[in-house]
Design a protein around this ligand. Structure first.
Ligand code: 5AD
Ligand code: SF4
Length: 480
């Protein structure tokens, strides 16, 4: 999620046509350029941002030089994510020299974290907008156009953008994200997200199902339900989850397993994925829904962070090593073909060599199909930053990270080798990056599969016999 490249994408022609019809609005004839960094939620948010501004008459562009408004949707999760954004601001500075009327806005988690400080540190920034204030963008752009700085970093307890129909930015027309919750109430001690994205709230399930239906009707074949912690999704007709629970009234509520089923029932040909699951909240009910519905993909991203109970405890994760391993056993029991991936942090405050070894042994026990692996990066204001010293030297964090990566490389290769000699159902997402003659897509376990194009096309479901692999890709041929 972190390792996504710059994304700057255009809207399709129909929406551009609509934009022209709304010529009387404030964005008439103006061009918007957006780059997104960070998690899938950020990419999904950029589609909401584009939608808000297209309703104002803006058109999107892929060309920075011709943009009137340049937005960068940012990530604050690790220091290097923020440094990357600052590097982009240097590039924008050059573009603005050539076009002094250009308005430059920073949105998302880094905007929320730094607030007006960002205006002091980066003089070229005109607009700073947090993740809950995107409806205010037309107004903020108008202020910035008069030469003033515009800031809105208010966080909300209610905003879910439920009624906004996201503009699908430059995707493949087959797979799309749908946000189902915003914010996070978990307070993992290393994490800045509760501070940048605010309190957790769930979106009205009717609007989620309707969005999935519309996507299916316009040719999409896969949706990924997004939230910082999807398992804590709970809709009770409004208000915060805790308010509902406090009233002891769960009648008429919809939990995550029920929501999954509602979306899966839109059509058997619509694949459903979800991310991210939290080990402490993932229920057997969700696993049973996955086992029952073929179109709910057998794949769970279940971040473990560390394999040691003491470290998990000071991370405030809410589970032990043993609990986590039991949840893995349960997944294997109820959804035997399930793909499992994880997130791992090395060198968290006070982590000893033995505790690091526990992460390695846990990886060997679970045999993840895939993992995102990071060195701990202290984030100002988090519980860990306030309570613990960031005492593991950079080179030790780095060495531990390479040990984690080495094990994962072996495990990914092993996992892919197990898939050889089998037929996989692939939803075709596009042309292979390496060859025009080949198509690529994913199996339900989220593995990328490449095969000769023949007469297949994007959006088809194809049965592919896999007979070769690398640690990253399965390779095969279509079978009838
Ligand atoms: N340092 C390093 N990695 C972090 N993550 C979250 N906060 C930090 C941090 N301060 C990782 C976690 C999380 C993923 C999205 O990013 O592994 O699951
Ligand atoms: Fe996404 Fe914000 Fe987390 Fe970055 S810090 S991964 S943008 S939620």
């Amino acid at each position: 999620m972190e390792n996504q490249d710059i994304l700057t994408k255009d809207i399709d022609e129909t929406r551009q046509g609509e934009a022209l019809e709304m010529a009387a609005k404030g964005g008439e004839g103006k061009k918007l350029y957006i780059e997104s960094y960070g998690c899938q939620m950020n990419f999904s948010d950029s589609e909401i941002i584009a939608s808000v501004l297209i309703d104002e008459g803006f058109e999107t562009t892929k060309n920075l030089e011709e943009a009137d408004v340049v937005f960068v949707n940012t990530c604050a999760i690790r220091d290097n994510a923020e440094q990357r954004v600052r590097g982009r601001l240097d590039i924008f500075r050059k573009a603005k020299k050539a076009n002094p009327d250009m308005v430059i806005g920073v949105m998302g988690c880094m905007a929320e974290r730094l607030k007006t400080k960002l205006l002091e540190e980066e003089k070229i920034v005109d607009i700073v907008v947090g993740p809950d204030s995107y409806r205010d963008l037309p107004n903020l752009v108008r202020v910035a156009e008069t030469g003033q700085k515009a800031v809105n970093v208010l966080l909300s307890r209610e905003e879910t953008y439920a009624d906004i129909n996201p503009v699908r930015l430059g995707g493949n027309g087959v797979t799309a994200f749908i946000s189902i919750t915003r914010g996070c109430d978990n307070m993992c001690s290393f994490c800045v997200v509760p501070f940048t994205r605010g309190r957790e709230r769930s979106r009205d399930p009717k609007t989620i199902v309707e969005e999935a239906r519309q996507l299916f009707e316009s040719g999409y074949r896969e949706v990924t339900l997004l939230g910082q912690n999807v398992d804590s999704y709970l809709w009770g007709g409004g208000g915060l989850k805790k308010d509902i629970l406090a009233k002891g009234d769960l009648t008429g509520t919809v939990n995550f397993a029920e929501l999954l089923v509602m979306v899966a029932e839109v059509d058997p040909d619509l694949r459903v994925r979800f991310s991210t699951s939290h080990p402490k909240d993932m229920t057997d009910e969700v696993l049973h829904a996955m086992a029952k519905y073929e179109n709910i993909c057998s794949y769970i991203h279940l971040p473990v962070q560390s394999g040691n109970t003491r470290v998990l405890d000071i991370m405030n994760r809410g589970y032990s090593r043993e609990w986590y391993l039991k949840r893995i056993e349960k997944i294997r029991e109820i959804v035997p073909d399930c793909g499992i991936s994880t997130d791992i942090i090395t060198g968290f405050c006070t982590e000893t060599e033995e505790e690091h070894q526990d992460t390695l042994t846990l990886m060997q026990l679970v045999k993840y199909d895939f993992a995102y692996m990071f060195k701990y990066s202290e984030r100002p204001g988090t519980l860990a930053a306030r309570k613990f010293e960031d005492d593991i030297p950079e080179e030790v964090k780095g060495r531990r990270l390479s040990e984690v990566i080495d094990i994962q490389m072996q495990n990914s290769l092993e996992s892919n080798r197990k898939d050889l000699g089998k037929v996989h159902r692939v939803l075709v997402e596009g042309t292979s990056r390496k060859s025009e003659e080949k198509l690529q897509g994913r199996n339900p376990q989220n593995k990328v599969i490449v095969f000769p194009r023949e007469n297949y096309k994007v959006g088809d479901y194809v049965n592919v016999f896999v007979d070769d692999c690398t640690s990253a890709t399965l390779i095969g041929t279509a079978v009838k």
